[in-house]
Design a binder for this molecule. Sequence first.
Ligand code: CU
Length: 139
Amino acid sequence: MRGSRSLMLALIAALILLLTACGGSALPTPTVLPADSALPAYQIAVRGEPEPHTVGDASLVVIVMTGSGTPATGLTVSARGDMTHAGMAPVLGEGTEGDPGVYTIPWQWTMAGDWIVDVTVRAADGTEVTQTVNVTVES
Ligand SMILES: [Cu+2]
């Protein structure tokens, strides 16, 4: 009597383990990140003026927010543009801040085609974030 009761308990325990194991493996494993590494220090949005992008003088308007969503002021903002084909000089520019967190970079699209633009924001404490944007320039 006592033996079969133990066996029954053991079977129930085994069944629970099995069900738990199955349920667990069907769900994605949660990834736990340290609080500081989950968000970049800055969120960077870039747009061109004028758009659509055309060959000639232009501006890059860079809007930078802190990780907590407030305008990121007092940064050094720069951009480097390269075309996707070899043999062209990069276009470089430095931003000046207008409205808080809004930086305007005088720019020049020197050729129509596909560009890769790296926009880098740097804080006085050395924090640096680079955002890469792909831009197609029309002739
Ligand atoms: Cu080119």
